[in-house]
Ligand binder design. Structure first.
Ligand code: C2E
Ligand code: MG
Ligand code: MG
Ligand code: MG
Length: 280
């Protein structure tokens, strides 16, 4: 292997970088094959209403059943899928699958689908969403899309227009991981989100760090003023739950209420009742 410093005195080849590039390339090759072979699966995590703690929605979270590596979490492949543009194909499958699954659930349970910034900027996003709704028969009011501030970093007129068209269609729009970005507050004046998902780090530090409670209260008040539902992510303990409910958070999500699980393991949905005529 070529190694060492070039004449200018800087390394022009680093074996560890090559190994990393190899791995990235292999991941991409596997990913394309995985798409073709149907290795992706949606897990669903409940979103509950504060107070009643009833499930008002489910968030679809994608998993990859890799033939050698087992179950792979999205943090390991979404970025690559974005870089290669493959996130469009994956995202289309996710929307189709999530809407079809949600159509088998009770009418008062919504489905939340994460949309990557790259997918969001694709010009056909509205068509893809409308196709998923029409094919599944799911009413638009039961679909909620989650975008992060990353979508809004390169905030352009057409992005705002896409969001408005979605809202006109009846689809709700949530701002995910709220509070972790650069200038969160300014985004709230640019678009009337339906929901603010307060990032997990605030829930995590609620009992440990002074000031976190005050921040959550401030976000809740902001949500009230702007007519946006607030949701706390990453609720793991009853102590956190009590503090969040006291702060006035509208909805909660986290391991305390349920971990992401395959559709077959959900307490709702699926084939609703056994076919009475078929049973002997
Ligand atoms: P996110 O949308 O903010 O999703 C929440 C993440 O927090 C999920 O991780 C979920 O499993 C995890 N989580 C939920 N409750 C708890 C808790 O109580 N404690 C802890 N420690 N974690 C909790 P996951 O499924 O690994 O997804 C990570 C991120 O990957 C998501 O963050 C989202 O940005 C992205 N992602 C997941 N599924 C999709 C998808 O279908 N499409 C796109 N474009 N991105 C996705
Ligand atoms: Mg999300
Ligand atoms: Mg989040
Ligand atoms: Mg996140």
């Amino acid at each position: 292997a070529i190694k060492g410093n070039g004449r200018n005195g800087f390394a022009f080849f680093d074996p560890s970088m090559a190994a990393e590039a190899d791995q990235r390339h292999q991941l991409e090759v596997d990913f394309r094959a995985g798409l073709a072979r149907g290795e992706f699966e949606l897990y669903y995590q409940p979103i509950v209403a504060s107070g009643s703690r009833r499930s008002v929605g489910m968030e679809a979270l994608v998993r990859w059943n890799h033939p050698d590596q087992g179950l792979i979490a999205p943090d390991r492949f979404i970025a690559m899928a974005e870089d290669t543009g493959l996130v469009g194909t994956l995202g289309e499958w996710i929307l189709q699958t999530a809407c079809a699954e949600a159509a088998t659930w009770p009418d008062d349970v919504k489905i939340a689908v994460n949309i990557s910034p790259v997918q969001f900027r694709k010009t056909n996003l509205l068509d893809v969403i409308m196709c998923a709704l029409v094919d599944s028969g799911l009413p638009p009011e039961r679909l909620e899309i989650e975008i992060t501030e990353r979508v809004l970093l390169e905030w352009e007129v057409e992005h705002v227009s896409t969001l408005h068209q979605l809202k006109n269609l009846g689809v709700a729009v949530a701002l995910d991981d709220f509070g972790t970005g650069y200038s969160s507050l300014s985004y709230l004046t640019a678009f009337p989100f339906d929901k603010l998902k307060i990032d997990r780090c605030f829930t995590r530090d609620l009992l440990a760090r002074d000031g976190c409670g005050a921040i959550v209260c401030a976000i809740v008040n902001l949500g009230r003023t702007l007519d946006m539902v607030t949701v706390a992510e990453g609720v793991e303990t009853e102590a956190q739950q009590r503090m969040l409910e006291a702060a006035g958070v509208g909805q909660m999500q986290g391991y305390l209420f349920g971990r992401p699980a395959p559709a077959a393991d959900l307490a709702i949905g699926g084939p609703t009742t056994a076919d009475a005529t078929g049973s002997v």
